[in-house]
Design a protein around this ligand. Structure first.
Ligand code: F6P
Length: 320
């Protein structure tokens, strides 16, 4: 009987629980034993490993966060940490490990695979910054949370005829900013991938005022060229108008996963079990054009994440 381990690692994302549930239940359905590892690679190093049953994952499908808990493990970046992790997997006789996380977690899984541990990775991050997959688990929920915030902020911004800068997550990737900016009707979106023109933004705000626009919404991805407080100060100086700042921060990471994230998580979990059952390892699971597929892990990690220029440009046209 195959024994598989599962852990969640890095920043949590809505849908991680749905993925764990799918792995446990599809795994048991195929006659496997499934072991949950707590606190990501930290728990793997410390041997925090427990057998899971179908009931262990009851009532979690709709919950954000991760019942397995998560961590960013510095110890796992060391030789000693990785050796201890491998030893624990051997002690628990785990045949394959499923890692749910973002690119840092994938890099960790790749190290384990080089030490002979069969691994499968699932894209669990709100950032949508893994180039090989169209979407990551948690992105859709996070963007919907941002959209809800934009709608609320727009009400009060209009009432006060203000400009509001809304900071969203995305250290290296502007997807949350682009998608929420487009769907939320933002006037301008600043992303790490494109150098913004502050003059342009100020002109847009002032032109809007002249045309009778009651508010301006500027979305700033946290990794853009301008820290949000600097941006706010700069825009208010250039326009001579009041500019407020809202930092959404961890609000974006919590909450019940949307339909899209639950489906993606469940399908990726099922695929992971299917691959392991067929003896196929060292794959990163993702979705391309709606199809759930397994990609070579090392190749998947190398794939550059390209932002969607078409969507980015559309924001400029729509907000003219
Ligand atoms: O999960 C990815 C992410 O949300 C980034 O966008 C953000 O910069 C980071 O996590 C912050 O995570 P933490 O403060 O928990 O390390």
């Amino acid at each position: 009987m195959a024994r598989i381990g599962v852990l969640t690692s890095g920043g949590d994302s809505p849908g991680m629980n749905a993925a764990v549930r799918a792995i446990v239940r599809f795994g048991i359905d195929r006659g496997m034993e499934v072991y949950g590892i707590s606190r990501g690679y930290e728990g793997l190093i410390d041997g925090e490993i427990e057998k899971m049953e179908r009931r262990s994952v009851g009532d979690i499908l709709q919950r954000g966060g991760t019942i397995l808990k998560t961590a960013r493990s510095k110890r796992f970046m060391t030789e000693e940490g990785q050796e201890r992790a491998v030893r624990n997997l051997e002690t628990f006789r785990i045949d394959a490990l499923v890692v749910i996380g973002g690119n840092g977690s994938y890099a960790g899984a790749l190290e384990l695979s080089k030490r002979g541990v069969p691994v499968i990775c699932l894209p669990g991050t709100i950032d949508n910054d893994l180039g090989y997959t169209d979407y990551t688990i948690g992105f859709d929920t996070a963007v919907n949370t941002v959209l809800d915030a934009i709608t609320r902020i727009r009400d009060t911004s209009s009432a006060h005829e203000r400009t509001t800068v809304i900071e969203v997550m995305g250290r290296h990737c502007g997807d949350i900013a682009i998608y929420s900016g487009l769907a939320g009707g933002a006037e301008y979106v600043l992303i790490p991938e494109v150098e913004p023109d502050l003059n342009d933004i100020s002109l847009k705000i002032l032109e809007g005022v002249n045309k009778g626009r009651l508010h301006s919404i500027i979305i700033n991805a946290e990794g853009s060229m301008y820290p949000s407080d600097v941006l706010v100060e700069n825009l208010s100086e250039r326009t001579g108008r009041e500019v407020k700042l809202v930092v959404l921060s961890y609000l974006q990471r919590g909450g019940s996963p949307t339909l899209q994230d639950r489906l993606l998580a469940t399908e990726c979990g099922a695929k992971a079990v299917e691959l392991i059952d067929n003896g196929i390892y060292n794959k990163a699971i993702g979705t391309v054009g709606g199809e759930i597929m397994g990609f070579d892990l090392e190749e998947a990690l190398k794939q550059e994440n390209c932002f969607d220029r078409r969507l980015y440009d559309a924001i400029g046209v729509l907000s003219k």
